[in-house]
Design a protein around this ligand. Structure first.
Ligand SMILES: Nc1ncnc2c1ncn2[C@@H]1O[C@H](COP(=O)(O)OP(=O)(O)OP(=O)(O)O)[C@@H](O)[C@H]1O
Ligand SMILES: [Mg+2]
Length: 310
């Protein structure tokens, strides 16, 4: 079973406002509410791709109830830890006339030490060999940045695998614990090594640096350029597939979902390339953080080309 964690989920309220203007009453032409947050997005895509996962994390208040209901409607299994306070609602204002997307993100509730203890016991309950943990996204106030590192070590002690997709201190500390796979994008990897990465050789060198530090596999996503896949056996550069992008939101989460499915199946890194890039390409054709169409993911997977790098 794949277990995803979302420490600071959000109810995403998307509102379409043609001709959006400040300091005026605006009329919405449509709106929708979706469960959101990195780990939750990964779970939604795993479901769409025919896999199974358990989504965990913190939920609170009425927004938390709505979010859980939304996951039920999607058929995503979940076991969230209830906390005091209200799960945040993130407002996404889309103006179809100007083509702008304006996000207003709330901070989310603070987590108490006891909440973390309760989440940890749910997270690791019954976990063992063959399980895959996906640690992705930011942490709310009250959670220290070594949390993913501690959980990666605990997962390994249980014989389970872990996949890390985070930024800043959470990423830096998490990598020190040696996850089985890490998926930074180019900017996250650059921040990690302390300078902007220029060109393929610098990205490859930085990724190999992570392998030397104990990370099992590194996948660096390069947006429309594709992705670099690196492990001890080799390095492979997959070219991006040219598509008319609708929204690149969630492309990385989609890639993480496909990589988690590959880890669960025990696939080699080479075997993971086509499904990961195929699903991520299909994701950019979907508005917002909606899950990709599995047929489109398979179609693009068949078109992925890559070369082995020396
Ligand atoms: N404009 C695009 N055209 C084609 N493919 C794309 C495009 N943007 C992203 N992709 C695909 O999605 C993958 C992941 O995208 P990206 O590198 O932007 O991830 P990310 O920055 O982690 O995204 P996220 O915002 O979801 O965290 C890329 O490796 C690529 O395969
Ligand atoms: Mg990302």
């Amino acid at each position: 079973m794949i277990r995803t964690v979302t420490l600071n989920p959000a109810l995403d309220r998307s509102v379409s406002v043609p001709g959006l203007a400040l300091d005026r009453v605006n009329r919405a032409s449509g709106s929708r509410v979706d469960p959101g947050g990195k780990g939750i997005n990964v779970s939604k895509v795993i479901k769409a791709l025919g896999g199974r996962s358990l989504a965990l994390g913190f939920l609170g208040g009425r927004a938390g109830d709505l979010l859980a209901q939304g996951l039920d409607d999607l058929g995503v299994a979940h076991n969230f830890t209830r906390i005091a306070g209200e799960t945040r609602t993130n407002l996404k204002l889309d103006d179809p006339r100007s083509g702008t997307h304006t996000d207003i993100n709330e901070t989310g509730p603070t987590v108490a030490p006891l909440d973390l203890v309760r989440l940890e016991s749910a997270l690791f309950e019954g976990a063992g060999p063959g399980d895959v943990f996906v640690f992705s996204g930011s942490a709310p106030a009250g959670v220290e940045p070594g949390i993913y590192a501690a959980w990666i070590r605990r997962a390994r002690a249980l014989g389970a695998l872990s996949l890390l997709d985070a930024d800043g201190e959470l990423l830096c500390r998490g990598l020190e614990a040696g996850p089985d796979l890490a998926k930074p994008n180019e900017e996250e990897l650059g921040r990690l090594v302390g300078h902007r990465l220029e060109g393929r050789d610098e990205i490859l060198a930085a990724a190999r640096g992570l392998l030397a530090a104990g990370v099992g596999r590194v996948v660096v996503s390069l947006g429309s350029e594709g992705a670099l896949f690196v492990d001890a056996a080799g390095a492979y550069l997959a070219r991006g597939i040219r598509v008319e992008a609708v929204s690149t939101v969630g492309a990385g989460d989609t890639m993480v979902a496909a990589l988690a499915l590959g880890l669960e199946k025990g696939e080699s890194l080479e075997k993971m390339i086509a499904p990961a890039v195929g699903a991520a390409t299909a994701a950019v054709l979907v508005a917002g953080s909606g899950a990709c169409d599995p047929k489109a993911a398979a179609r693009y997977a068949a078109q992925v080309t890559w070369e082995a790098l020396p």
